[in-house]
Design a protein around this ligand. Structure first.
Ligand code: TYD
Length: 136
């Protein structure tokens, strides 16, 4: 699966814009955790890990940034430039976030509570696990 971009519906009028995300509607999971990254540095990339079992939605609610998703056999860089764009990240995917611009605020919705045991922080281990995957 490598088309992970989701265009969220933008409800706009002369007062501005509103984007709504509801469990199991715009996203195929129920949200258990919300976190956001801010005060990010343009030259300091983040991520560099995969998750064993986690579904996430990434949104750049302010500013812009790039997200690299690496599926083992192919990679894609998404450029998030608008709060109505989101990336649905599920399955075994290595991710890196970088090129944070304009005081980027990076919002993440996740279907599980934080669990450091769920992280794969070693790229070679990620590739090994990918090899053993029956499906993606
Ligand atoms: P990490 O997920 O590695 O950040 P990023 O992928 O943005 O580079 O998390 C950074 C630190 O924050 C790490 O020590 C784990 C901690 N953390 C929590 O305690 N709870 C959370 O929900 C998250 C996402 C991270």
């Amino acid at each position: 699966m490598d088309n992970c971009l989701v265009e969220l519906k933008d409800i706009s009028d002369e007062r501005g814009s509103l984007v709504v995300i509801e469990n199991l509607k715009e996203i195929p999971f129920e949200v258990k955790r919300i976190y956001y990254l801010y005060d990010l540095k343009n030259d300091k990339a983040r991520g560099f890990h995969a998750h064993k079992n986690l579904k996430q939605l990434f949104i750049c609610v302010h500013g812009s940034c790039k997200v690299l998703l690496d599926f083992g056999d192919n990679k894609h860089v998404y450029h998030l430039t608008s709060p109505n764009q989101a990336i649905l990240c599920e399955g075994l995917v290595w991710r890196e976030m970088f090129d944070f611009n304009d005081n980027c605020v990076f919002l993440v919705l996740a279907d599980k509570y934080f669990d450091e045991e769920d992280y794969i922080r070693n790229y070679d281990e990620f590739l090994e696990l990918k090899k053993g995957e029956v499906y993606d």
